[in-house]
Ligand binder design. Structure first.
Ligand SMILES: NC(=O)c1ccc[n+]([C@@H]2O[C@H](COP(=O)([O-])OP(=O)(O)OC[C@H]3O[C@@H](n4cnc5c(N)ncnc54)[C@H](O)[C@@H]3O)[C@@H](O)[C@H]2O)c1
Length: 261
């Protein structure tokens, strides 16, 4: 028996990285998954690999209202209902606050924060109609503390915790639980752009990343997207039945405090 037998879950940004691992793990645990992304080729390939009885890909730019409506229709056409959502899609840009163009700031808000809001607003009524379920929002450790050069991103991740808490309060009566994951550094194309550069020497890039996180993170390494997927599974499944409105840090101990060794 799977931990998500009978569930139907939309995973945004599900074509690669953490979202891909969430889609894979949820499917392995018995859920049917709707993978939404703007990377159509990668998303289609993943859905095909998982099988049409288990997965569908939909083009879903989370910043666009109309895309959300279309995704919900596609999910219901394919699987009859929706009772789970993982708001995972996100973008990161590095810039000093005083050098950040307004357009860049607004773009990050539009995808990370407005995208999360639109997901909750569009999908929560469907989850309620299905009798209840779960929403997992993807924040970040930069939702819990500051980090230089990612001001716009950190602002959106703080906002996602606000949305999570308010949604949990407003949706509890409809039997919908809403929680947030707050990953530290996780080995995906977002933090390791070398993964995307066919010209880069993967061994050298990998070694540089390993060295960096050995120093920074108490557990001595960067996180794996599968580990974040396991937390999202916990928050989507029945094992977390009495938990709502909470942020969950998954960062190898990075935020535990200042280390002098
Ligand atoms: N990797 C990390 O270290 C880390 C740490 C903390 C939080 N996060 C968060 O985890 C989530 C997943 O990131 P990841 O590390 O897997 O990065 P990633 O870049 O590998 O994956 C992000 C996915 O979101 C998709 N996406 C981007 N814009 C979109 C849009 N407008 N609509 C729909 N999909 C869109 C991308 O195409 C991609 O598939 C993000 O919200 C990110 O902010 C990542």
């Amino acid at each position: 028996m799977g931990k998500l037998d009978g569930r139907v879950v939309i995973v945004t940004g599900g074509a690669r990285g953490q979202g891909e691992q969430e889609a894979r793990l949820f499917a392995a645990e018995g859920a049917r998954v709707v993978i939404g992304d703007v990377l159509d080729e990668q998303g289609e390939t993943l859905a095909k690999e998982l099988g049409s009885d288990v997965a569908r890909y939909v083009h879903l730019d989370v910043s666009q209202e109309a895309d959300w409506d279309a995704a919900v229709s596609a999910a219901k056409d394919a699987f009859g209902k929706i009772d789970g959502l993982v708001n995972n899609a996100g973008i990161l840009r590095f810039n000093e606050l005083v050098s950040t163009p307004l357009e860049e700031f607004q773009k990050i808000i539009q995808v990370n924060q407005v995208g999360c809001f639109l997901g909750i607003r569009t999908v929560a009524p469907e989850i309620a109609a299905a009798g209840g379920g779960t929403i997992v929002n993807t924040a970040s450790y930069t939702a819990m503390t500051g980090m230089a050069y990612v001001g716009a991103y950190a602002a959106t991740k703080h906002a996602i915790l606000g949305l999570t808490r308010v949604a949990a309060l407003e949706l509890a009566a409809k039997n919908i639980r809403v929680n947030a994951v707050c990953p530290g550094a996780v080995d995906t194309p977002m933090t390791n752009p070398a993964q995307l550069d066919p010209g880069a020497d993967p061994a050298a890039a990998g070694e540089a990343v390993a060295e960096l996180y050995k120093k920074l993170v108490p557990l001595g390494r960067i996180g794996r997207p599968e580990e974040v997927a396991a937390l999202a599974l916990f928050l989507t499944g029945g094992d977390s039945a009495y938990i709502t409105g909470q942020p969950f840090v998954i960062d190898g101990g990075w935020l535990a405090g200042v280390s002098i060794v």
